[in-house]
Design a protein around this ligand. Structure first.
Ligand code: KIV
Length: 284
């Protein structure tokens, strides 16, 4: 396990002040969390995208709080020194401020998260305020918000028109004023993201497919490494094709077992001759 010190919220703001971009990745399991900590990633998002990438659902909507807590706990065990954000799943905060505070609290008390993230604009400002008042750091999420994919009409760029872009800019200010210390902009045009970043006073702006001018970048881990077979979003740069490496290894395993070239003596365990003879004699 790396010995590095976990970034705090003041530490994240210090990076912003020093003009050092923040690195943020999704992660849902222990071994990947371990690798992300080793690699020096600043923040992890245990995203409800795990519903698609890990559980094979068609959308994030079926994901439950219990799913999120189980995966957040595994991530925390793998990356004890990374700032971990728990992503509030569908209907864990929409019904009421009270439900939002209660479920945000579960991420902190049961999974050891450092903050929570929730989707939505000004209409979610009271949830953010309630959560922050309960002592829980909160992150907003604007632009393409996958939990509202039906209302948004699909996974598409948000804020391409001036009117819609202005709404996103106003929503970012509302979330900042409600107490969000960070806002994620997903699939928002680069210049709109830049305007929001320039206008942020006490809030860190992160980009997912929203250009280079935010304070940092988020990517979906499974897209970076070719691990999600259904589709590859345009914004996702592939940093390595782990999916292909694994597939080739699996095919090789099938071949080697079929041809009886696996296993070899180094892959199994033996018994000493005298013990074996004794064993045979007891069998008659
Ligand atoms: O669940 C998730 O991974 C997310 C990202 C799409 C931002 O919310």
């Amino acid at each position: 396990m790396s010995e590095r010190k976990k970034l705090s919220i003041p530490g994240l703001f210090k990076k912003v002040a020093n003009n050092e971009p923040i690195t943020w990745l999704t992660c849902y399991d222990y071994p990947t969390a371990y690798l992300q900590e080793e690699a020096g990633i600043d923040m992890i998002l245990v995203g409800d995208s795990l519903g698609m990438t890990m559980l094979g659902y068609e959308s994030t909507l079926p994901v439950t709080m219990d799913d999120m807590i189980r995966h957040s706990q595994a991530v925390r065990r793998g990356a004890p020194n990374v700032f971990v954000v728990g992503d509030m799943p569908y209907m864990s905060y929409q019904p009421s401020v009270e439900s939002a505070i209660r479920n945000a609290g579960r991420f902190m008390s049961e999974a050891g998260c450092d903050a929570i993230k929730l989707e939505g604009g000004g209409e979610m400002a009271d949830r953010i305020t309630g959560i922050v008042k309960a002592g829980i750091p909160a992150i907003g999420h604007l632009g393409l918000t996958p939990q509202s994919v039906a209302a948004l009409g699909g996974y598409r760029v948000q804020g391409k028109g001036a009117e819609q872009a202005k709404k996103i800019i106003d929503a970012a200010k509302a979330l900042e004023q409600a107490g969000a210390f960070m806002i994620l902009l997903e699939m928002v045009p680069d210049r709109v993201c830049k305007l929001i970043t320039e206008r942020a006073e006490n809030c860190i702006i992160m980009s997912l497919g929203s250009g280079p001018d935010a304070h940092g970048q988020l990517l979906i881990y499974h897209d970076m490494f070719g691990l999600y077979p259904r589709f590859k979003p345009r914004m996702a740069k592939m940093f390595g094709n782990a999916g292909e490496v694994i597939l080739n290894g699996l095919k090789q395993y099938v071949d080697e077992v079929g041809q009886k070239s696996f296993p070899q003596p180094e892959n199994w365990f033996g018994i000493k001759d005298d013990e074996y003879e004794q064993l045979l004699s007891t069998l008659g």
